[in-house]
Design a binder for this molecule. Sequence first.
Ligand code: PEP
Ligand code: MG
Length: 550
Amino acid sequence: MSYPSTETRLKGLPISPGVAIGPVCRLNENRHTVSMHTAIAPEALEHEAALLRAALRTVGANLAQLARQVTERAGAGEAAIFSALKTMLDDPGLQKRLFDSIVNLRCSAERAVATTFDHYAKRMQSVSNKIVKERVADIRDLKTHLLDALHATSPLFQCEGALHCRRGGERIVVAAEMTASLAVRLDAQHTRGFVTEQGGEASHAAILARSLGVPAVSGIPGIYQKMTCGTMLLINGTTGDVVIHPARETIARELAATPEGRLEFRTSEPVPGLTVMANISRSADVEAALQANAEGVGLYRTEFEFIAAGAVLDEEQQYRRYETVVKRLRGATAYFRLLDVGGDKPLPGVTAPHEANPHLGCRGARFLLAHGELLRTQARALARASQHGPIGLMYPMIADAAQFLLLRTLIETAIADLPHGLLQHGAMFEVPAACLAAREIFASADFGSVGTNDLTQYLFAVDRDNELVAHDYSPDRPVFWALLRSIAQAADAAQRPLSVCGELAGDPRYTRHLLEAGIRIVSVNPRYIAQVRDAARAALSPATAGTPAP
Ligand code: PEP
Ligand code: MG
């Protein structure tokens, strides 16, 4: 069933403000699934064989490069795994079987890869020899490399190639669900707006949409199935309205109320009494922070560098990004959050087991403790960057003082042999248990930062990504503010700086509340810095200082 061909108005959840008008491109939601459908038309089999040849070439080149890089940095022993995978990939018997599968099973290149590697893995698993068994992981690894290379050639949109869907075209993307990695990828294509069936206001995809200034609406059931590519759509991310086939008068009316396009940011002067820093996701965002006259970077979500690159970044690659930010800040502190992976942010290139409840699984600090090498590499890159200016290391999702201390010790050990500048270590207060243990944590932390997005989620047991419970996802409850006040008091008692860096810090309706709770530092999307300063100026002015917050 599709929508009528006359103007139709739907109501969703406002995710990112602004109005966008443009033709719809439906995302290709199947681009990562291996189709079970085997009956490929005979004339299309050569195309599948060509895709397979290209994927084999790409993976072969990647493995050879990895082997070279690792040999240079860590020695031939460490690189042996990549050379072994490359030898396995080049095996004529394996390649013949892959190409034969396409013809014999009349299937896609992806299916041929999946079937062939599953067959080998099963046979090797059944052998009692331990060494043969251990190679099964390599077989799986190679399968993933090949599928990744093949997926990269799958079209991102259902209408790829159609006139309205030229790459770089100004489209409105309709998807079942927006993920953080997709938001990063779509930004590069000048997407005008997003509409999705699922996704909460505090999801990372929503946070990214707001920081990119791209209007977005979520929570419209069935829109992905019912929408046809090329249909004109108006979306209003301020009100949550979506209008299919908008009439000229409707467009004029909506635009009169809200300007079209990306929300730009204004520059503003600092306000004595509230330090306003910037949240960034990529090193290049530091320019937006500077343009908005931010008093430093209060939260750099470093995992987005990895998500945007689609791979684990090595020490040098990380260092170059971090160094850029520190140098541009010219002495103002840059607060880097250590990789906060898990939940709605899987790390590309790191295979993670399926988790039924990822927000309570291997996330944040827990993930870092389970991936010592990633932690060590990031710590070293950051220590090197600190030679150019002061850095604060924010530890994500800390649960208690012992966990904080353990991480701090691991980091200090990892960088002990490196010269470095001022490096401070701080805890994020996002888990209720950590908030209750704030005094203990401040005994070993140099600063603190409250992540209100996750704190709201865990304090009220309400999923930040789920549009169905969005009405319940709110800090407007006295217990939330009492908890915040208690963290601020603990920070004061320990004489440690405390900031708030979750999304509510950028919402001017809460600025006065935050000041009253004892918060003197916030970190927000650069586009919201001016409005937060306006609200702070009003709240701190003698004329209104005594008026109760809304
Ligand atoms: C938070 O939880 O408020 C926070 C700043 O971290 P993130 O939104 O990246 O989880
Ligand atoms: Mg968080």
